[in-house]
Design a protein around this ligand. Structure first.
Ligand code: HEC
Length: 116
């Protein structure tokens, strides 16, 4: 019985790992266009329209994904981020849109990353 449970746990962990795979770059590009993310972060996501808006191009996808989920959680959520602008931008995003957007932005060349 213990072996069965161990096997089950391994299988479930495997499924979760597969589920957490990187998002789709093309779908992510489409999503950034749909939500007009470039209007602040810049057309190439490396030249924001204001110095207070971060460069996103080339940042690690897992970091970007985490940041977007954190904006959804808000300042009062555990491990969340409170920001009026990005809280509003992140709210309507689905979990898969977030993965796709993170994969797309992470795939771009940006001045924050000198080598890939
Ligand atoms: C109205 C301007 C505006 C728009 C539109 C906008 N952002 Fe932002 N974004 C910001 C600002 C300002 C910050 C910095 C917020 C902070 O200090 O936490 C930010 C931060 C971020 C961060 C965190 C970056 C980091 O280095 O931690 C990510 C990721 C991000 N935006 C993605 C997006 C995506 C994806 C969209 C489109 C769905 C989008 N943004 C649309 C203004 C904007």
């Amino acid at each position: 019985m213990k072996k069965m449970i161990a096997l089950l746990v391994t299988l479930v962990a495997g499924l979760v790992a597969v589920n957490a795979q990187a998002g789709n770059v093309e779908a992510g590009k489409a999503a950034t266009q749909k939500y007009n993310c470039a209007s602040c972060h810049g057309a190439d996501f490396n030249s924001p329209i204001d110095p207070s808006y971060p460069k996103l191009a080339g940042q690690p996808a897992d970091y970007l994904e985490h940041a977007l989920v954190a904006y959804q959680r808000g300042a009062s959520g555990s491990n969340g981020r409170g920001n009026a602008i990005m809280g509003g931008m992140a709210k309507p995003l689905s979990r898969s849109e977030i993965s796709d957007i993170a994969a797309y932005l992470g795939s771009l060349q940006g001045s924050l990353v000198v080598r890939k």
